[in-house]
Design a protein around this ligand. Structure first.
Ligand code: HEM
Ligand code: HEM
Length: 125
């Protein structure tokens, strides 16, 4: 498996665990205020990162590129900012809205870069 896929799966596994802990905390307390943070941590952090890692494992030439490494760091940073910020925002820390917005835009950039890599027919830098 290419190194980048291992990185993606390690990050995805960490987000999976944190997402599950958040889900358990909601289920046990009966307080579902942070559903949005749990949903996005699970789907952006676990599902999407595992899918990115799977794609690069299936196309290792693209996985060896610098662009794939940039795509990895963008998606990890964006997941932390978006879901960490959203968690605190939903708990009432309204000042964190800009962090959620920046995280969302960085995630959009990571998704656009992923699409560009997928559609690219050339050797990637
Ligand atoms: C032990 C593991 C988990 C527990 C205890 C748990 C618990 C919960 C709880 C309590 C809610 C809030 C439901 C509501 O207020 O309507 C929720 C929502 C959600 N969970 Fe989990 N969850 C777990 C794992 C996961 C995983 C692994 C994923 C994704 C791969 C996931 C995706 C979602 C999504 C997308 C929602 C939002 C659903 C909606 O808006 O209707 N959860 N979960
Ligand atoms: C970073 C980009 C994203 C932004 C800004 C965003 C924003 C939102 C917003 C505003 C909602 C409505 C929340 C509510 O009504 O309480 C939502 C719900 C949802 N989004 Fe996203 N989303 C993003 C990415 C994604 C991705 C990539 C997935 C799946 C892989 C996803 C899955 C969901 C699901 C399942 C729900 C319903 C669960 C809930 O109510 O929290 N989102 N999203």
């Amino acid at each position: 498996m290419p190194q980048i896929s291992r990185h993606f799966f390690k990050a995805a596994a960490i987000f999976l665990i944190i997402g599950i802990l958040m889900g358990l905390q909601m289920s046990i307390s009966g307080e579902h205020k942070v559903t949005g943070a749990h949903a996005h941590l699970s789907l952006l952090g676990w599902v999407s990162l595992a899918l990115f890692g799977t794609y690069f494992a299936l196309d290792p030439d693209k996985g060896d590129s610098g662009l794939a490494r940039i795509q990895f760091w963008l998606s990890v940073a964006a997941t932390i900012l978006m879901t960490g910020g959203l968690y605190l925002l939903l708990l009432g820390y309204g000042a964190l809205a800009p962090v959620v917005a920046i995280g969302s835009l960085v995630y959009a950039a990571a998704a656009a870069l992923f699409a560009w890599i997928v559609f690219s027919h050339h050797d990637l830098p």
